[in-house]
Ligand binder design. Structure first.
Ligand code: 5GP
Ligand code: ZN
Length: 113
């Protein structure tokens, strides 16, 4: 998608710090980290939000969670972590390309604010 920030990051048109990449998924360091470890994981196709997940594209979401497990192993997140998807206005979504926050290396309060 021409005007999408995360599509531009995936394409390398906007620089990012790569954490993990495969055929389906790209993960990079969040520019404004909310924990000592904060990755953003995105599918390499434009899906606007969790509302847009369908039987045709849900394989990418499965690949994201496979990437979570690989990143957790590679980065030694054995104490635990949180995966967050913000959806829509009340969910706090600010970028219109579905993404999953992977937060770790501090105790994460529950419930979130
Ligand atoms: P949301 O609020 O939509 O769930 O998450 C968007 C996330 O993207 C935020 O945590 C924000 O810090 C991050 N972000 C926004 N713009 C950029 C950018 O240009 N580069 C990187 N690495 N992260 C970004
Ligand atoms: Zn996009």
């Amino acid at each position: 998608m021409a005007d999408c920030l995360f599509c531009k990051i995936i394409a390398g048109e906007i620089p990012s710090t790569k954490i993990y990449e495969d055929e389906w998924v790209y993960a990079f360091a969040d520019i404004d980290p909310q924990a000592p470890f904060h990755a953003i994981i995105v599918p390499k196709i434009h899906i606007a939000s969790a509302e847009e997940i369908t039987a045709d594209n849900s394989g990418y979401i499965a690949k994201i969670f496979e990437a979570v497990a690989k990143i957790a192993a590679k980065e030694n997140l054995a104490d635990g972590f949180r995966v967050v998807n913000n959806c829509g206005k009340d969910g706090g979504q600010t970028v219109g390309h579905i993404h999953f926050h992977l937060l770790a290396r501090r105790y994460l309060q529950w419930p979130p604010g």
